[in-house]
Write a protein that binds this ligand. Structure first.
Ligand code: FES
Length: 107
């Protein structure tokens, strides 16, 4: 289990303990965290799981695929250098305590 904190655009935070192997998208949707839709179910085809990862932990994430990179060009909120798709990031002990910020819009 790994503790992840989601912070919505209004600054409200939710800290949850998630099973390793889940994705950040699954963790948010399963816990009813607003700000992540995950409409395609995690197949990197909708861009409604856009999130912002704290800058100093970006290096702990898997390398972005070209498909994810292309999808990030279609997100509703502004893409930033720390933008990722939550369905492409698997949770594990290396992400303990990660803070994930969510955009104000997803579509
Ligand atoms: S859930 Fe659709 S791209 Fe992540």
């Amino acid at each position: 289990m790994t503790i992840i904190t989601y912070v919505d655009a209004s600054g409200h935070s939710s800290t949850v303990d998630l099973p390793d192997g889940w994705t950040l998208m699954q963790g948010a949707v399963t816990n009813g965290i607003e700000g992540v839709l995950g409409e395609c179910g995690g197949s990197c085809a909708c861009a409604t799981c856009h999130c912002y990862i704290e800058q100093d932990r970006l290096g702990e994430l898997p390398v972005m695929s070209s498909v994810e990179n292309d999808m990030l060009d279609q997100v509703a909120a502004q893409r930033q250098m720390n933008s990722r798709l939550a369905c492409q990031i698997k949770i594990g002990p290396h992400l303990q305590g990660l803070r994930v910020e969510l955009p104000s819009v997803q579509e």
